[in-house]
Design a protein around this ligand. Structure first.
Ligand SMILES: NC(=O)c1ccc[n+]([C@@H]2O[C@H](COP(=O)([O-])OP(=O)(O)OC[C@H]3O[C@@H](n4cnc5c(N)ncnc54)[C@H](OP(=O)(O)O)[C@@H]3O)[C@@H](O)[C@H]2O)c1
Length: 287
């Protein structure tokens, strides 16, 4: 039976993979590890983990994801998102394992009006995006059997994310301002987990960078409005400009990614973001 190692499995994506793993128990053996067992910045720990477990696939669900904090914690962001990724890519290469790594729309500067293709010019405008781009470069350089999935605006019923923050604020406030001039594609991490398993199961063997998100593009404001609608909240939402909501890290104005390649190569059809959001809000409202 082929073995799949899931690194950083206490994060949003890691939890979503853990949730669907029982559906694949007759095809794959899963090994889940988190930062308390395996710190990817520690090369020796990574090598020992690969030696002990010998996975056929390594899914890297771990990352330094604090976009604003990264501006003042550059070394930490690069240690995890670049050096840590290199350790995993190298260990996977040494064991002839396929390395499935997750990256971000924030590798782009967001200054174009066309959806970004996989080979479009990257130009991150923040430290988090810079560190993720370095991780992409190192993974592709080190392990030819690397698949990078760039995703965007990730949320789920697990951990901290925009949807959970909104629901929490809706229960405390009567009015809220939300940025309405940044465009992107919200993505339910459960859909990303499914897409990763679809890739692993696929007879197609194609490596390199792929974009995966829900579609079409929207703004944080429209996203928040749908969260309010699906959760039946009566909150008053007001549109803000980026200037009215300053953050330590700059965000791309429009980081929408083209999803054509993953559809063509792996026959994966991303879902409409509103449908995926409704599923998540339903789950959260039952908790
Ligand atoms: N969240 C988004 O909006 C978003 C958008 C685009 C792309 N992405 C990408 O999608 C992927 C999954 O993101 P996510 O939202 O699921 O992340 P997440 O919820 O923040 O989880 C990241 C996980 O990585 C673990 N981790 C951090 N440093 C580690 C280390 N040195 N060794 C081992 N594990 C470590 C964390 O463990 P601890 O909690 O113990 O530190 C955490 O469980 C990441 O590659 C991220 O860059 C995310």
């Amino acid at each position: 039976m082929k073995k799949i190692a899931v690194i950083g499995s206490n994060g949003q994506l890691g939890n979503c993979i853990r949730k669907i793993a029982p559906d694949f128990e007759h095809q794959y053996e899963f090994v889940f590890t988190d930062s308390s067992i395996l710190d990817i910045t520690n090369e020796e720990q990574v090598n020992d983990f690969f030696y002990d477990n010998k996975p056929d696939y390594c899914i890297n669900a771990s990352a330094y994801t604090a976009v604003d904090l990264a501006e003042t914690e550059k070394d930490k962001a690069f240690a995890v998102n670049a050096d840590g990724v290199a350790h995993l890519a190298q260990a996977a290469a040494d064991h002839k394992a396929t390395f499935i790594h997750v990256s971000t729309d924030y590798v782009f500067d967001g200054s174009t009006n066309l959806p970004y293709a996989e080979d479009d010019f990257t130009n991150p405008i923040g430290v988090y995006g810079e560190s993720k781009r370095k991780g992409e470069e190192l993974a592709l350089e080190i392990n030819p059997q690397t698949i990078i999935l760039r995703t965007s605006w990730l949320y789920s019923e697990f951990n901290k994310n925009f949807v959970k923050t909104m629901l929490n604020l809706f229960s405390q406030k009567t009015e809220l301002g939300i940025v309405a001039d940044q465009f992107g594609q919200p993505t339910n991490a459960n859909d990303l987990a499914e897409a990763i398993m679809d890739i692993i199961k696929s007879p197609v063997k194609a490596y390199g960078i792929f974009h995966f998100s829900n579609y079409p593009e929207t703004t944080w404001f429209e996203f928040a409005k749908k969260i309010a609608e699906f959760s039946k909240s009566s909150i008053q939402l007001n549109p803000l400009t980026t200037e009215q909501y300053p953050t330590p890290a700059k965000r791309p104005v429009r980081s929408t990614m083209s999803l054509d390649k993953i559809e063509e190569v792996y026959k994966i059809e991303p879902k409409h973001w509103e449908n995926s959001l409704e599923e998540c809000v339903d789950i959260l409202s039952q908790q």
